[in-house]
Design a protein around this ligand. Structure first.
Ligand code: HEM
Length: 503
């Protein structure tokens, strides 16, 4: 009933709900895009409104300026760790990422960045290619491929296949030899138990006495000690361990005060990289391949692009280098466009540590020009909403990679300017490379993703490897997004494949 009382006009409007603690959780959980659009448009709250999510007040700020408000906020006012830690600390472990002061996370991000050099990326291309080839040659779903029959069609389960290809390629490249070798053994079960702790339930209700929580904690302990035993072994037998991977790079680095990174932190940083990159990359791969299966014309454009760049006189295709992949416009656009429609993270959250005024530029239709987000609120930005905004993108709901490489395409223009660090006029205001942009699948500001370059390389190389070998098609309806897991992935579905005539 208190919702009927005159509200504090300095605060954003609160979305009406019937059940006090539950609030708008069902509508938000079922389809956050529909929920945000309904609140912004139909109910006319505009770009700033609050809703109740399991007893917590969440203030949403939409549009490029809303993205800027959350992602560009000062970390002394808007803290990511206060929101994410209940989910991530039991999985990643102590003293890293959101279980440490923000300044320490910034140092840890720097450690990882210096481990991901161009030289390493060059070596990763061949490793990813090898993993995809071995997977196709051994996984039962690719029996038709293995039989070498160019007329028969086979099919594979999209979620399973891309989840497996992602973990295999990420382990082989980022995680190091020992982890990749143990993937096929007991590590796979440990990973799966840990992964089952990565759900909205484990986030919103930490510490329930359920088996999945116990299995998650046991899996973390096992994984952490496994990584630490690898570290000890590498130190004790340096002559046998001349690896040049992220772990070896972390072993050599020091915090600003001169202390080396303790072993448990190295272990936990590596677990964090594995988990942060797994669902994001695998769902992006799944969506990309679904769109390609649905659009034979773009598959053809991708294949032709490969022939043009890597075709050999005998009609084959040669190996590619990292630099060459970066030159492939169609491939790049396919990935960009998929991340526009399907960024795996639909909600980016922070906790307000103080009362914070929301700038009037957020453009709310309400008479209230400036709201104050009260201390303690969760603040939420959803770049997905501006990535689908018809005011910015022509045919905004359509997957159309050409918008990124067509010379006249608005995205191509924005994209060029973005790459050059310039400002570009999207027709509704100035957009720049920073936190104020309608296209932010990797976030922005202090918490911007550190895996962007790697993810692009991983996704592009897998797509390239598949397209040069096979044709794909979709049977039945294009799958709807499933918002019930942590990352937006497609509902279960299959893709059909056939061997290309000329490999
Ligand atoms: C953060 C997206 C792949 C590691 C983020 C954020 C986004 C994002 C939106 C910001 C979250 C926030 O501000 O609250 C993506 C997408 C990916 C991807 C779309 C693939 C398509 C990866 C990969 C890695 C990775 C492969 C590791 C190698 C991280 C880490 C953070 C992060 C450690 C936390 C940074 C921080 O809070 O300061 N990612 N990511 N991501 N990402 Fe990614």
């Amino acid at each position: 009933l208190w919702q009927l009382l005159p509200r504090d006009k300095s605060q954003p409007p609160l979305v009406w709900h019937w059940i006090p603690f539950l609030g708008s959780a069902p509508a938000y959980g079922r389809d956050p895009v529909a929920f945000f659009r309904e609140c912004r448009g139909k109910v006319r709250y505009g770009n700033v409104f609050s809703f109740i999510l399991l007893g917590r007040r969440v203030t949403v700020t939409l549009g490029p300026q809303g993205n800027d408000f959350v992602l560009g906020g000062k970390h002394t006012q808007l803290a990511a760790e206060d929101v994410y830690s209940p989910l991530t600390t039991p999985i990643f472990g102590k003293d890293v990422v959101y279980d440490c002061p923000n300044e320490k996370l910034m140092e840890q991000k720097r450690f990882v960045k210096v481990s991901l050099t161009i030289e390493k990326f060059r070596a990763y291309v061949g490793m990813i290619e090898d993993e995809v080839r071995d997977y196709l040659n051994s996984d039962p779903a690719f029996r038709v491929w293995q039989l070498n029959d160019i007329n028969e069609w086979g099919s594979f389960d999209v979620l399973k296949t891309f989840s497996e290809i992602t973990i295999l390629t990420a382990s082989r490249t980022l995680q190091g030899r020992e982890i990749r070798e143990s993937l096929t053994k007991d590590y796979a079960q440990v990973y799966s138990d840990l992964d089952h702790g990565f759900t909205p339930l484990h986030w919103m209700v930490p510490g329930l006495p359920l088996p999945s929580y116990r299995r998650r904690d046991a899996a973390h302990a096992k994984m952490s000690s496994f990584y630490q035993s690898i570290l000890r072994n590498r130190r004790e037998h340096p002559e046998d361990n001349q690896e040049d991977d992220v772990m070896s790079s972390l072993m050599k680095q020091r915090y600003r005060d001169g202390t080396p990174i303790p072993d448990h932190e190295i272990a936990h940083i590596l677990i964090a990289l594995l988990m942060a990159g797994q669902h994001t990359s695998s769902s992006s791969l799944a969506w990309t391949m679904l769109h390609l299966a649905d659009r034979p014309d773009i598959q053809e454009a991708l294949y032709k692009e490969q022939i043009q760049h890597f075709g050999t006189p005998d009609g084959g295709l040669r190996d590619v280098t990292y630099e060459e992949i970066r030159e492939l416009k169609v491939l790049d656009s396919v990935v960009r466009e998929t991340l526009r429609l399907h960024p795996p993270i639909h909600s980016i959250m922070r906790k307000a540590l103080t009362d914070i005024p929301v700038p009037a530029t957020l453009g709310t239709p309400s008479e209230d020009k400036v709201f104050v987000v009260p201390k303690g609120d969760i603040v939420l930005a959803s770049p997905l909403i501006s990535q689908l905004d018809p005011a910015v993108w022509d045919n905004s709901e359509t997957w159309e990679p050409a918008r990124w490489y067509d010379e006249k395409g608005v995205a191509a223009q924005a994209n060029r300017a973005y790459d050059e660090g310039q400002k570009v006029d999207f027709g509704f205001g100035l957009v720049s490379k920073g936190t104020i942009s309608p296209y932010l699948p990797f976030g922005a500001g202090r918490h911007r993703c550190i895996g962007e370059q790697f993810a692009y390389l991983q996704i592009s190389t897998v797509i390239l490897a598949l397209i040069r070998r096979m044709e794909f098609r979709l049977e039945g309806e294009f799958p709807q997004p499933d918002y019930s897991s942590m990352m937006v992935q497609p509902n279960p579905c299959k893709i059909h494949y056939r061997r290309r005539k000329f490999e």
